[in-house]
Design a protein around this ligand. Structure first.
Ligand SMILES: [Zn+2]
Length: 325
């Protein structure tokens, strides 16, 4: 393969660049296997490239001896070309408020159902890996808060409606918890407002001893044993010096803007994927351009396959149309 260094930086450049299958492959391989191609089955690194098939072959005898660059990635089993995939990844990564499956459907000429499936797989690649490092720590200031994401109950199947109207707090709404380090990253998850849930999340994600700011919700009471916990009572005021939750509130407003604008309605079952997407965008907003963000998503495409059944919650043979967003 010829080496090219002119990586795209705009959507227009991306469409042009990835219309060439050689560019697609080279770009993908450089990020998936930065230290050279290895066999996804056994890990051998002396594989040979089969020019004609655009595949590699492992020297060991095992099943899946020949593999393409798609094997073991979110693109696996997809009949769509990498040119379409790359442009879809670009669109979802670069658009500040996200894109809908309708937009992808129109832009790259696939059905809306296919576009929806593509977007859900791409969101998987936007997931932050395992949260190894806790937030806060030495001198870190962390805010924790929850919000409700509302659903539109009309046009919804009864079973779906039932699934939505669960949990404590908002009827027809899903509770989401977020933790943010000031000047740093955000982590958001589907949760409930129970004390055990919220406190376990704080302990999982925040270094003991950190400065922690929450609102006056009683579920947070008791954390002062492990954290320098300070509470802002929103019934009285919103900011008291350092004591506020404005960082996480800002994230909530970005999240809600994209959910109510682009994404018409999101089932609670799928909500975590949208949280991952918005968190990715938020956590990669500084000192990165669209090309950098795209490159990062492409480097995270491995070992994140998900089947249509897993995506739609259909584990039985029951055929049910998901609410496409
Ligand atoms: Zn092998």
């Amino acid at each position: 393969m010829k080496s090219k260094t002119n990586s795209p930086n705009t959507l227009q450049e991306a469409i042009l660049y990835f219309s060439n299958p050689e560019n697609c492959l080279e770009y993908l391989v450089a990020r998936r296997w930065p230290n050279g191609v290895i066999c996804p089955t056994c890990g051998r690194n002396d594989v040979s490239f089969l020019e004609k098939q655009q595949k590699w072959q492992c020297k060991s005898r095992h099943t899946q001896r020949q593999f393409s660059a798609k094997v073991g990635t979110i693109f696996e089993d997809s009949p769509l070309g990498l040119d379409k995939w790359m442009v879809a990844v670009w669109m979802i990564t670069a658009c500040k408020n996200g894109v809908s499956s309708y937009e992808i459907h129109r832009a790259i000429g696939v059905t809306q159902k296919t576009a929806w499936f593509m977007l859900q797989r791409i969101r998987l690649a936007m997931q932050t890996g395992s949260f190894l490092k806790k937030m806060g720590g030495d001198g870190g200031h962390v805010e924790a808060d929850e919000t409700f994401i509302g659903g539109k109950a009309r046009n919804m199947h009864i079973a779906q409606r039932k699934r939505r109207i669960t949990g404590t707090g908002g009827k027809d709404k899903t509770a989401v918890m977020g933790i943010i380090e000031r000047g740093g990253e955000v982590r958001a998850m589907v949760a409930d407002r129970r004390r055990t849930t919220l406190q376990a999340a704080v302990k999982n994600h925040v270094e003991a001893g950190s400065a922690l700011y929450t609102d006056a919700l009683l579920s947070y009471a008791g954390l002062e044993g492990d954290y320098a916990h300070q509470v802002i009572n929103h019934a009285v005021k919103y900011v008291d010096g350092l004591i506020h939750t404005n960082g996480i509130e800002n994230f909530w407003s970005l999240l809600k803007r994209s959910l109510s604008g682009t994404y018409v309605s999101v089932e609670p079952f799928h909500l975590f994927r949208y949280l991952d997407e918005q968190s990715f965008r938020f956590n990669n907003r500084k000192d990165m351009n669209d090309g950098d963000r795209f490159s990062k998503v492409i480097s995270q495409i491995t070992d994140k396959r998900v089947t249509y059944k897993e995506l739609t919650g259909k584990t039985s043979g029951e055929e049910k149309t998901p609410v496409y967003n």
